[in-house]
Design a protein around this ligand. Structure first.
Ligand code: FE2
Length: 289
């Protein structure tokens, strides 16, 4: 780079740091710090940041801390927007799973969604395109899971959840809990959700805007499914026709999670299949015969 020292002299400047870190006793924490700093030293060597730029980094991290309180977790937002959360979650599950990929529950989940009768309407108020969702819950071999509990929640036609919009939406609007029938099937009515943007009024949103990282979330419906002997599945089905489908801010859109919202005489319909992995205990007992 013009006007800067060469990369190799920068690397020499960190020789002692690298040496000292290399001498640390083995362990995951020390390994993680060493690997992260190895990359950080490379960045310093290549970009040769000024003291002011280091100050700006420290100020950014300070701002993220100040923006975090009981209601808002800016650090989690930072990890999410940088793709770190999704990268870690992708490595946690079993590699050969046939289960529906999981996604983060997000900040708008409520554990107290009301139990509703099959076919009920989630919409308690507000306009939107009518939506009918039919679903099937199965185990990894396609075996229907009768009696599975299916929690559903989604944003309204303006891309807002009831718990972030209490002045305009009734309590528990667009959320409910259903019990799958003997064939593992369920259905309900609602309105078509719209996509939304993550907040850009804090340091993480401002960073994303500055460097051109997407804050858009394509429209989606959240599901959390439980059935005895199976791992709980938390996932989202996305609207494949949403223009933001290729730039989800949280990197959650996976091939198995893109839904087809089909036009109907009045409104749209969506069909979903949600596949759960067996839990460790029932997997062991089936292997033992
Ligand atoms: Fe969401």
């Amino acid at each position: 780079m013009d006007g800067h020292r060469s990369g190799s002299s920068g690397q020499d400047g960190t020789a002692e740091q690298r040496q000292r870190l290399a001498a640390l006793p083995p362990g995951r924490l020390g390994d993680a710090v060493r690997m992260i700093l190895d990359h950080a030293y490379d960045v310093v060597a290549r970009l040769q940041p000024s003291a002011e730029e280091l100050d700006a980094l420290v100020q950014f991290l300070t701002d993220v801390g100040y923006a975090t309180d009981a209601r808002r977790q800016e650090w989690v937002l930072l990890a999410d927007v940088l793709g770190l959360t999704d990268a870690v979650m992708a490595g946690v599950g079993p590699g050969n799973s046939r289960a529906t990929p999981s996604t983060l529950p997000g900040p708008f989940y409520r554990a107290d969604a009301p139990a509703l009768a099959m076919g009920a309407n989630l919409c308690r108020g507000g306009a939107g395109q009518p939506l009918v969702v039919t679903g099937l819950v199965t185990g990894p071999e396609g075996d229907p899971l009768a009696g599975a509990e299916v929690e559903v929640w989604h944003a309204n036609a303006e891309g807002r959840y009831e718990n972030q919009d209490p002045d305009n939406q009734p309590e528990h609007n667009l959320r409910g809990r259903f019990t799958a029938n003997d064939e593992g099937r369920f259905h309900f009515r609602s309105i078509r959700p719209a996509g939304y943007s993550l907040p850009d009024d804090g340091p993480v949103g401002q960073l994303a805007r500055r460097i051109g990282l997407s804050l858009d979330r394509p429209a989606h419906i959240h599901f959390a499914v439980s059935a005895p002997g199976h791992q709980r599945l938390v996932t989202s089905i996305f609207d494949g026709s949403d223009p933001a489908i290729g730039r989800d801010a949280l990197f959650s859109v996976k091939p198995g999670l893109i839904g087809d919202f089909r036009p109907e005489k009045s409104g749209v319909s969506l069909s979903v299949v949600l596949v759960l992995d067996r839990d460790a205990a029932s997997q062991r007992s089936s292997e033992e015969g």
